[in-house]
Design a protein around this ligand. Structure first.
Ligand SMILES: Cc1cc2nc3c(=O)[nH]c(=O)nc-3n(C[C@H](O)[C@H](O)[C@H](O)COP(=O)(O)OP(=O)(O)OC[C@H]3O[C@@H](n4cnc5c(N)ncnc54)[C@H](O)[C@@H]3O)c2cc1C
Length: 512
């Protein structure tokens, strides 16, 4: 080839590259704008994450580890969402922290399917397959989710058995820091140290922007009132609607609007996704947690502090105000809540029952970090059995006999955690820790439909382009009942998958 020909070819290819670049710039500016626009070429554009709970942070961390810049938009003034409040822990199996022979816990998938109940059993073939793949992904990637967090420095070395689980597999740390705070603050600190990470708090996303079928970015408004727009692939991690008493909760479960909630009041954001074609499922599946504290100083406050589930797992029992047991405390949340609601209600506004959560000194030893805090807040107190109602002595003696293995438990409980009070030592003077509890709206199992790659399924069941969703905003994983500890887990597992999918998307885009 002559030198002249080579030169012509070089000039031609530079021209084609320049023309294609200008064409793509032109396309990327045709999306409707409001007042201020941040635009970037696709090769170096940031991924946009909406919501700074654990799902959003897990996606962000994965993206940053692949050198993709992230802009995280958070409506509240402080990051962390509901995730930062999580108090019992995160599931994982099999892990090295679990008791028993190494890697002996193989029943996490079966427990999750069992807990999901009729919704899974009655689903058509395709629908059931999709739900099962979600649960398979959740449980198969659970051990690596725990390892991922531990490698980042989170202590998850304590393991408890929660209701509905046939094995202890809910991980938390040994110190005083609750697991939600420990996990969220570790991820946030790591992200804040990266120059690729931008966190904008006080910024609510108001619209998902599409060009044709493809999602191209979001519009949002910050506390300064200015409307803005960002371009890039979008991960939605906006959480559930259990705090949206007068909006989404009223629309899907009007019967629950009079109940207290463990969530701060806040509107759900699923509507932003349905506006661009996302589908919803299981929206009426709302988890009512059986044990939220009734604060004696503020009994009618509709926002309740959660009594961590592992308190029951470590040996805690539930008594009526007269001191009688009425349920196996290791049942699923749904079954315990149903049992409480069969008792006479204490008051109608908000709708509340009067149940006593009782732990002995053995259970206190392993849960002291939490119980000391609850005592400090006035939600629990150290007292003696004589205060728990006429039947309490007899009831606790029977329970202790079952815990010693001397009798079958009358409600079929098999696991008694660290309960130590012996049946022959039970008396009115026995020391116990108690709190008054009532069911409260806690978690929404329903949400937007996703597949196991966290792609959002649109109108014709097709995966939507340019957008992914992870965490409580999604539906279909937990069916009728989420197992305790599986929400933090879904945030990590599916948040990481969202990050991986965006990495794939951006690199494909870069090659085009
Ligand atoms: C008190 C309590 C204790 C719990 N304990 C446990 C536990 O021990 N184990 C467990 O597995 N689960 C637990 N859960 C459940 C679990 O914490 C949550 O389900 C999970 O953390 C949800 O995480 P997420 O990232 O999906 O959403 P969140 O953590 O709720 O984060 C969503 C974020 O998105 C933001 N957002 C919403 N809409 C917009 C918008 N339009 N624009 C910008 N930002 C927006 C919200 O402000 C929020 O910060 C608990 C829940 C509560 C309330």
């Amino acid at each position: 080839m002559s030198r002249r020909r080579i030169l012509t070819l070089i000039i031609l290819s530079v021209f084609i590259a320049l023309a294609s670049f200008l064409w793509r710039m032109l396309l990327s500016t045709t999306v409707p704008t409001s007042s201020k626009i941040s635009t970037m070429t696709r090769e170096n554009q940031s991924a946009i994450i909406v919501g700074s709970g654990l799902a959003g942070l897990s996606a962000a961390s994965t993206l940053i580890s692949h050198s993709i810049p992230v802009i995280l938009l958070e409506r509240s003034a402080k990051p962390g969402g509901n995730s930062i409040k999580a108090s019992s822990g995160i599931n994982g199996a099999p892990t090295k922290y679990q008791s028993g022979p190494p890697l002996s816990d193989t029943s996490f998938y079966a427990d999750s399917i069992h807990s999901a109940g009729k919704l899974f059993e009655s689903a058509g073939r395709e629908e059931r397959g999709r739900r099962e793949r979600l649960v398979g992904t959740l449980t198969n990637r659970s051990a690596s989710a725990i390892e991922w967090l531990v490698e980042k420095g989170v202590d998850l070395s304590f393991v408890a058995q929660l209701g509905g689980h046939s094995f202890p597999r809910t991980h938390r740390g040994g110190g005083k820091t609750p697991p939600g705070f420990a996990i969220v603050s570790t991820l946030l600190n790591e992200l804040k140290a990266s120059p690729l990470f931008t966190l904008q708090t006080g910024c609510v996303v108001t619209k998902v922007v599409q060009a044709g079928e493809r999602v191209e970015g979001v519009q949002y408004q910050c506390d300064d009132g200015e409307e803005k727009e960002l371009r890039g692939p979008v991960v939605f991690a906006t959480g559930g609607f259990a705090g949206d008493a007068h909006g989404m909760l009223k629309a899907f479960r009007p019967d629950l609007t009079g109940f207290p909630s463990t969530n701060e009041p806040r509107p759900g954001s699923q509507g932003l996704l349905t506006a661009v074609g996302a589908q919803l499922l299981d929206m009426e599946q709302v988890q009512v947690h059986p044990t939220s504290f009734v604060d004696p100083k503020d009994a009618s406050n509709p926002v309740k502090f959660l009594a961590a589930e592992f308190l029951r797992g470590e040996g805690g029992l539930l008594l009526t105000s007269g001191g009688k047991r009425f349920v196996n405390e290791m049942e699923t949340r749904k079954n315990i809540t149903d049992a409480i609601m069969r008792l006479p209600a204490k008051q109608e506004v908000p709708k509340q029952w009067d149940v006593q959560l009782v732990l002995d000194e053995g259970a206190y030893e392993v849960a002291s970090s939490h119980i000391d805090f609850y005592v400090f807040k006035g939600l629990m107190k150290k007292t003696t059995l004589s205060e728990l109602g006429a039947e309490a002595g007899k009831t606790v003696r029977k329970y202790a006999l079952a815990a010693e293995g001397e009798a079958d438990d009358e409600f079929g409980r098999m696991h008694f955690g660290h309960w130590e009070l012996k049946s022959e030592e039970v008396s009115g003077k026995s020391v116990v820790f108690i709190g008054r509890v009532t069911p409260a709206v806690h978690f929404t199992m329903g949400g937007v439909v996703i597949n196991e790659h966290v792609g959002l399924l649109g109108k014709k069941g097709l995966t939507m382009e340019g957008i992914w969703a992870a965490g409580e905003v999604t539906g279909g994983i937990h069916g009728e009942n989420r197992l305790g500890g599986s929400s933090l887990l879904e945030c990590v597992v599916f948040g990481r998958i969202a990050g991986e999918e965006v990495v794939r998307y951006v690199s494909q885009e870069g090659r085009q």
